[in-house]
Design a protein around this ligand. Structure first.
Ligand SMILES: Cc1cc2nc3c(=O)[nH]c(=O)nc-3n(C[C@H](O)[C@H](O)[C@H](O)COP(=O)(O)OP(=O)(O)OC[C@H]3O[C@@H](n4cnc5c(N)ncnc54)[C@H](O)[C@@H]3O)c2cc1C
Length: 299
């Protein structure tokens, strides 16, 4: 963003207001009034003929709901549930400037994908929280340790709801048994893979799983992740304001226009109709571009 789209936006005459949080939208004649808070400047009001809302799959529905727009909004959140492991190797595999490795294993895709995730020393320590001895040694051993993930396409649904005066919304997600089974299978396959790649110890991110010390031991990992101990995370969220032509299910039309709210568009991950099972950013960018061009062509 900082190297490509933002400089282009600024060159084209756009104005960027950093550190500014929009709290609420309300009708202002034919357009919209945005009430925002800017760090050190306090309350800011912005008037706009047309608004494109791109605050992500959690904050977009939260902002709409806070503003009184609720039809099919925040009712159908989807995500890619993910389980992590830390793996220790005999040789160094990590470095302070490693970044995020981009390779993935897609053999079992879209149900399961594996990959390496961010492994700065602090993240290695986070991955070892359930293993006190390994955590104590992490200051010395981290160059031999990296974090990995197994991610599933996710068949569950969630909601985004605003609660009274609280700034951030409550996000709920129901993880079906089938997903807990897929994630357990992913955890076992990923552990096997890491031993094939030379790991000497694998630390599953699920609580109380215990250190795995060989490929054979991977088979004592659970067949289904236990409720409450699964210790999952996600970085891929979607579908909280799905687009489409069915007004019973969709928050916006097929190009992101919010139903029942003229001149107001959603244009981010919230629009995706389901969890795609692959890294989503390309799809999100392509849809955002398509919808922006559609809007411009109709002007
Ligand atoms: C650590 C991490 C790694 C990832 N790696 C990959 C990857 O390798 N490949 C891939 O395809 N995807 C990846 N993703 C997912 C990808 O980044 C997201 O799917 C994508 O950025 C979602 O785009 P978006 O426009 O919906 O929301 P975002 O990119 O989250 O943008 C929303 C913006 O709105 C701002 N905002 C929120 N609320 C408000 C408000 N009230 N007022 C003003 N501004 C607000 C936020 O600060 C943010 O800048 C990763 C995500 C994470 C977190």
């Amino acid at each position: 963003m900082t190297k490509t789209h933002l400089p282009r936006f600024l060159r084209a005459g756009g104005r960027l207001m950093a550190q500014t949080r929009v709290n609420r939208l309300s009708r202002d004649g034919r357009g919209w009034l945005l009430r925002a808070t800017r760090i050190r400047a306090g309350e800011v009001r912005i008037r706009a003929g047309t608004v494109f809302l791109c605050a992500g799959a959690v904050q977009t529905p939260a902002l709409l709901r806070r503003s009184g727009l609720k039809q099919n909004i925040g009712d159908s959140l989807r995500l890619h549930p993910t389980v992590k492991v830390a793996a220790q190797f005999a040789e160094p595999v990590n470095a302070a400037d490693m970044g995020v490795p981009v390779h993935q294993v897609k053999e079992f895709s879209p149900r399961l994908s594996f990959g390496c995730s961010i492994s700065h020393p602090a993240y290695v320590a986070l991955g070892l929280l359930d293993y006190p001895q390994a955590l104590r040694e992490a200051g010395r051993t981290w160059p031999h340790i990296a974090n990995y993930y197994a991610m599933t396409a996710g068949g569950g649904h969630g909601t985004v709801r605003c609660l009274g005066p609280f700034r951030d919304p409550v996000v709920r997600y129901h993880l079906p048994e089938e997903d807990r089974r897929s994630l357990a299978e992913g955890l076992r396959k990923l552990t096997e893979l890491l031993f094939e790649a030379g790991a000497v110890k694998v630390f599953p991110g699920t609580s109380r799983a215990g250190i795995v010390r060989s490929r054979e031991e991977a088979w004592r990992l659970p067949e289904i992740l236990p409720r409450g101990l699964a210790n999952l995370m996600t970085i891929h969220l979607f579908s909280s304001c799905p687009m489409g032509e069915d007004p019973r299910r969709c928050a916006t039309d097929s190009f992101g226009r919010v139903r029942g709210a003229d001149h107001l568009f959603v244009n981010d991950a919230s629009l995706l109709c389901t969890a795609p099972g692959v890294n989503p950013q390309g799809t999100i960018l392509a849809l955002a571009r398509r919808n922006a061009l559609h809007f411009l062509n109709r002007l």
